[in-house]
Design a protein around this ligand. Structure first.
Ligand code: C2O
Ligand code: CU
Ligand code: CU
Length: 471
């Protein structure tokens, strides 16, 4: 494919601009890892984060000499960085031609009417202000993306997603480790550089692309010195790609999940990062040479042809020098305390199913498809609840709840029950095919909150419900 690409450009007749002469686009690999752009804070005062954000069409150069039409936030995938206790005011403009959108603050404890719910969509050409306060204890790795019902999947795969970092007042992680965002997206790119529309298989399984990118790059390179430790924040911003990850030639320690730091570091060999999940890791580059972040095989369940290969993708390469890093501080043995949520006052059960209705695939929660005018559950502010999510379908469904963070209690499959070995705050949990997952949660703010499968095509198809949290 590379040869055809180059030959097209060597032709003397000017025919090199014709798509016929091109092969599948080749994405450059091995370039230095770039940082995502920061959304600048325009506020002149401490304690306030203020900015303008626009969703608009733009061009991205993923492959050499090819422009890919995309949808972008301020021309890219920006990182917002604020602190616990800050007020956030973001004036948003929908510059997407002919489509409604919203900005959903995934995982963040924002008031329901500021959370970019599908009921509050913003028409093309319109603006709105999103305003909320970041409470103490909310430091974590969040992200934001559109949530207009029926349009979410396509707006996200075309490029709309950003990172929202809430930093704590006192960070127990040594500053010497740095703080690196790795945002995973999934790109499908045609010969002419465009992103093809989704087909039936994409809609059933969730769209999986041809290339997993890190901050928009294929297999970028990070440089490190021997003995160095790095703090990496991983974000699965793909529509439907399950990433079972390992770090070859480096030691991996888990320090945080969706809702921030865990209580103590946990050494791990691998992890599964389902769509929308995040982790914070400390990587120790103890040996010189190349250390690689790679994917391992994982069976997430697949309907029809075209099952993508899960294993053997190198996402990122770290080049570790012979020269040792001086004075690398130790990772503290404890990071924070997380109290277990109290005994639940209420238990709810959510059964996830797939079914074929005529030619149409249905993805349902408790037999129902999403209706924004229907309330599925009524809850109370401050009430601890046990949610039991039962996956009776043939594929994994990553289950997400808006407006709060929850605690995993246990997983059950084929009669075997397993409890997590550490306590963590999560807003998305994978529920494997045939599995039951139990979580404890509490909503601290009133209003309507969505819960849904975070395979975005399933969400658009209606695998979503509404809980009305009453004061
Ligand atoms: Cu990131 Cu309702 O989703
Ligand atoms: Cu969300
Ligand atoms: Cu699903």
């Amino acid at each position: 494919a590379q040869m055809m690409h180059d030959m097209g450009h060597m032709g003397a007749s000017g025919a090199h601009d014709m798509p016929m002469t091109r092969g599948k686009p080749v994405l450059p690999e091995g370039q230095p890892l770039r940082e995502l752009p920061r959304l600048m804070n325009e506020a002149g005062e401490a304690g306030l984060f203020k900015a303008r954000l626009a969703a608009e069409p733009g061009l991205v150069r993923f492959a050499d000499r090819l422009d890919t039409p995309a949808l972008l936030y301020n021309g890219g995938n920006p990182v917002i960085e604020a602190r616990e206790g800050d007020r956030v005011e973001i004036r948003f403009r929908n510059g997407i031609p002919d489509e409604p959108t919203t900005v959903h603050w995934h995982g963040m404890p924002v008031p329901a009417d500021q959370d970019g719910n599908p009921m509050e969509s913003i028409a093309s050409g319109s603006e709105r202000l999103y305003a909320f306060d970041l409470p103490q204890g909310s430091a974590a790795s969040y992200w934001f993306h559109p949530h207009p019902h029926g349009f979410t999947a396509a707006q996200v795969y075309r490029g709309l997603a950003g990172i929202f970092l809430v930093k704590p007042k006192d960070d127990p992680i040594p500053a010497e480790y740095g703080d690196t965002v790795l945002m995973f997206t999934d790109l499908r790119i045609a010969e002419d550089g465009s992103m093809p529309a989704s087909n039936m298989i994409d809609v059933m399984n969730g769209r999986v692309g041809d290339h997993v990118l890190v901050n928009g790059q294929k297999n970028p390179v990070l440089t490190a010195r021997k003995g160095e430790k790095r703090r990496l924040r991983l974000f699965n911003a793909t529509n439907a790609r399950f990433l079972r990850l390992a770090f070859e030639n480096a030691a991996m320690v888990l320090i945080g999940t969706d809702g921030g730091l865990i209580e103590a570091p946990v050494g791990i060999d691998e992890l599964l990062l389902a769509p929308a999940e995040r982790v914070e890791l400390i990587i120790s580059f103890d040996r010189p040479g190349a250390a690689k972040l790679v994917t391992l095989d994982y069976d997430r369940g697949w309907m029809g042809p075209g099952k993508p290969e899960a294993a053997g993708i190198t996402l990122l390469t770290a080049n570790v020098s012979e020269e040792a890093a001086p004075n690398v501080p130790l990772l503290p043995a404890t990071l924070r305390t997380i109290d277990r949520l109290a005994e639940p006052a209420v238990t709810r059960r959510f059964v996830l199913t797939e079914s074929m209705e005529g030619m149409e695939m249905k993805f349902l929660i408790n037999g129902a498809s999403f209706d924004m005018n229907r309330i599925d559950e009524i809850s109370k502010v401050g009430q601890v609840e046990l949610w039991e999510i039962v996956n009776q379908a043939d594929m994994d469904h990553p289950f997400h709840v808006h407006g709060t963070q929850f605690q995993l209690v246990e997983r059950e499959k084929d009669g075997a029950v397993t409890q997590p070995s550490y306590r963590a705050w999560k807003d998305t949990v994978n529920v494997a095919a045939g599995e039951t997952v139990r979580i404890l949660l509490r909503q601290d703010l009133p209003g309507r909150r969505m819960y849904h499968c975070h395979i975005l095509e399933h969400e658009d198809l209606g695998m979503m419900g509404t809980v009305d949290v009453r004061a």
